[in-house]
Structures are given as structure tokens and as C-alpha cells.
Design a protein around this ligand. Structure first.
Ligand code: NAD
Ligand code: NAD
Lengths: 205, 205
């Protein structure tokens, strides 16, 4: 089984490679240094995903990029739905950085009648009732939940019934999805707790 | 060394405990089930931080909460500065969930003259020039960077010079801080790549 952190590191290596000329070769040592990980960690990570490069000669940058993009699924475009057009949802919908990685927010849903019909980024906020039909029509496989925690579970069930196969959940509550659906939770308050843990340990607060 | 994931799981156990009556005791088995982790993982996690509960009798909920809050540093309040009052920064500054965990956004900075002086959440956006003085005056130990990636490194240096000891960086770029400063990076596009990896692997996209 591939550890979750190896997939995250693959994303990091891919970001570093984005700044390096396709025509070059690069050693595992150099790529590791640029990404802030060890050479042995990088080699171990890549072996999870197959055979890369020629031992002793390093990696062809163009080939390495191509393969990592294919493994991460970012060599294609994904249509994304976002549910909950509030403060956080609006910021995410307007962000141009997602599209650069192949994630296009194609539909935004909300249950607040005053918001429905407004534009956000380059989409129009739709009524929740349109979600099943719209998700199927636009072949939406990925959804982001930026609605209040009380609504999160119901929304996850609605999204999986509408054919969504992967959910990024920002609501700070545990939600359950069918085993075939991939769920990633992001709890921004927990990221701050990671900081306060270190400060408390170092006696700084 | 305590693995990073053990600290994140401590935050998860603390969230689950928040919904349980102080007067109760709880077994490691029950707390593990509620948090979605195994009983053995929970016991192993807690041993990193000391001796908890009475073997065979479970944990006193009140006592366990108190100790986990103290370890995570969320038994007190932290004054937080936020730099970059754009889409993401505004959403974070308005979010009431951080204060519930003890993180108060006390100061927001931006270099856009049109934004300075406006209110955001319950603070007034200040000019970057005020950052050193204001961070010291308000005893700010934690800062959040929601500025563009080109500015992130310079801002990290400015913040550490102003006495900030921990930084949560949302800009998708690698930044360097002195060894005594704790840095946590959140790359939201990478969270989506985590989803596309699973979909690509399952042949769903
Ligand atoms: N804003 C942040 O910085 C932040 C940080 C961490 C976590 N979160 C979490 O993200 C979520 C959104 O936070 P926010 O600050 O944007 O809140 P918000 O109140 O600004 O926005 C929530 C939006 O969801 C909509 N909504 C409510 N119920 C719905 C339903 N059943 N179906 C569809 N839409 C519904 C509301 O109309 C509103 O537009 C919350 O769960 C919050 O805990 C936000
Ligand atoms: N919006 C999102 O959903 C999102 C998602 C992922 C990552 N990010 C990252 O978060 C950061 C902020 O994104 P955003 O969408 O809010 O951008 P934005 O352009 O809306 O906001 C950036 C803010 O930073 C200010 N700023 C620029 N240079 C500065 C400097 N040197 N000092 C102080 N303030 C400065 C700008 O005036 C603006 O108010 C970016 O690095 C972005 O890549 C954003």
C-alpha cells in the first residue's frame, strides 16, 4: 500500500519540476534538494510508482513530468462542483490556481435563494435542486464541500448519488461516504493547532 | 520523535471529546471508533504524550480533554496576524471557527492602499509598514500568509523578524524560515491532486 505522504510528495516533486526546463536531465539528489526531501526518500517514493530514469544518469525532466502528471491524474481536466457559496467557497471559486493544475470549477450550488443566479468566478450559482441533473450533465467527478457542518453529511450523500466519486470536505465534521468514493478532509483550524502544539512544547506561549 | 500525524490525530480526538459529557469515562476503544482510528493507534498516539487513564478503566473525559488541550496549546488564546487581505485572507479573517479553538485574528495587513483602513471581521486592515510595531504590541506569535507567492518569502522573513514564531503559509511556494520558527504549508491544489490521483488509479477519469 502506498503511503498518503508519498502522493503528497509526488505533488511537491511535480511543482519543482514545473520550474525546470524540459530538455534537461536531473539527478535524484538535485530534485530531492530542491523539494526539501532526502535523496533516499525521493527514490523510495518513485519506486512505489514504477521504474524511473537510468541508474547513474538521472531522470529526463520531460519524461518524469509526463509520468508524474499521469500518475496524479493532472494530465487531464477535471470538472469540479462546489457546494456552499459562502466566504470560503467564494474564495475557492475565484482562485485561478486550480485551473492551472487541471481542476475547473464548472458548477457552484447554494440553498440561499438570494445567492442563486449571481455569478461567482465564471459560473452562475445554481439552486441545490439542480445538482443531480447538472452534475451528470457536466460529468462532474470531484466536488468540494464549503457548506456549514450541519449540512455536510447530507450534501456528501447527495453528491455521491449524483455520481461524484471524490469529495474535498472543508466542514469540520466527520462525514461518511461509500467505500468507492474518495474523501479528503481539510480542517484549517487543525493546521493552526499544529502550530500551537509546537509553540506550547517550546514553552513560547 | 513524535510523528506529525500523531499530533493531527490528537486534534481529531479532541474534536470528538468536545461532544462528550465531562462527567463520563470513555474507553480507548469507544473513542477510537468515534474518531475513525483503531484502538491500538489511539493508545500508541497517547503514549507519545505520557500516561493516560487507568488500564482497564478507560479515561476520565474531563481529565483527558484538559491534558490534550494543554498538549495542543489550545487551553489558552493565541493572537494571530494575517497578511494578504484578498479572497482567501478575507474568508479566513471572517471565520468564527478559529476563535472557538483559541486563535484570535488580531491584525490583518495588506500592501494595497485601497484596502488599508477597511474593516474585515472585527479588525481594521493595516499597512504593511505597521507590521513590526503592531506584531510586538499585540504579542503576535502566529501568522497566516495569504498573499501571492511572489511575496511569501519576503513576508516570512519580515514576520520572523517581528517576533512571530509560527507561520501557516497558503502560498503555493517553498519558503524558508529560521530553525526556531515552525512553518506549516497548506496547498489546497495539492488536496485536489490527492483526489485526482485516486480517480486516475481507479480508471475513473
Ligand atoms: N471561512 C473559512 O475560512 C473557513 C475555515 C475553516 C473551515 N471552514 C468551513 O467551511 C465551511 C464554509 O465556511 P464559510 O466561512 O464559507 O461559511 P459561510 O456561512 O460564509 O458559507 C456557507 C454557505 O453555505 C450555504 N449553505 C448552507 N447550507 C447549505 C445547504 N444545505 N446546501 C447548500 N448550501 C448551503 C450558505 O447559504 C452559505 O452561502 C464551514 O463548514 C466552515 O466550518 C471555513
Ligand atoms: N483563493 C483561494 O482559494 C486559494 C487557494 C489556494 C491557494 N491560495 C493562495 O493563497 C494566496 C492568496 O490567494 P487569494 O486568492 O486570496 O489572492 P488575492 O489576490 O485575492 O489576495 C492577495 C492579497 O495579498 C495582497 N498582497 C499582495 N502582495 C502583498 C505584499 N507584499 N504584502 C502584503 N499584502 C500583499 C494583495 O493586495 C491582496 O489583497 C495566494 O498565494 C494563492 O496562491 C488561494
Amino acid at each position: 500500500k502506498i503511503p498518503g505522504m508519498a502522493i503528497t510528495r509526488l505533488s511537491i516533486y511535480s511543482r519543482i519540476l514545473a520550474g525546470i526546463d524540459d530538455g534537461r536531465t536531473i539527478s535524484s539528489k538535485e530534485l530531492a534538494e530542491l523539494s526539501g526531501h532526502s535523496d533516499s526518500q525521493l527514490r523510495r517514493d518513485l519506486t512505489y510508482f514504477g521504474q524511473f530514469g537510468i541508474p547513474g544518469k538521472g531522470y529526463q525532466v520531460k519524461e518524469l513530468k509526463r509520468r508524474i502528471h499521469s500518475i496524479l491524474g493532472i494530465d487531464r481536466t477535471w470538472n469540479v462542483a462546489l457546494v456552499g457559496a459562502g466566504n470560503l467557497g467564494s474564495a475557492l471559486a475565484r482562485y485561478k490556481g486550480f485551473e492551472l493544475q487541471g481542476f475547473k470549477i464548472k458548477a457552484v450550488f447554494d440553498n440561499n435563494k438570494r445567492k442563486i443566479g449571481r455569478t461567482l468566478g465564471n459560473v452562475t450559482i445554481q439552486d441545490m435542486e439542480e445538482l443531480p441533473r447538472s452534475a451528470k450533465k457536466r460529468n462532474i467527478k470531484i466536488a468540494v464541500i464549503t457548506a456549514p457542518m450541519e449540512a455536510a453529511q447530507e450534501l456528501a450523500s447527495l453528491l455521491t448519488e449524483a455520481g461524484v466519486k471524490a469529495i474535498l470536505n472543508f466542514a469540520p465534521v466527520r462525514i461518511f461516504v461509500p467505500s468507492k468514493v474518495k474523501l479528503v478532509n481539510v480542517d484549517l483550524a487543525m493546521e493552526l493547532e499544529n502550530l500551537s502544539y509546537f509553540l506550547a512544547k517550546a514553552g513560547k506561549g
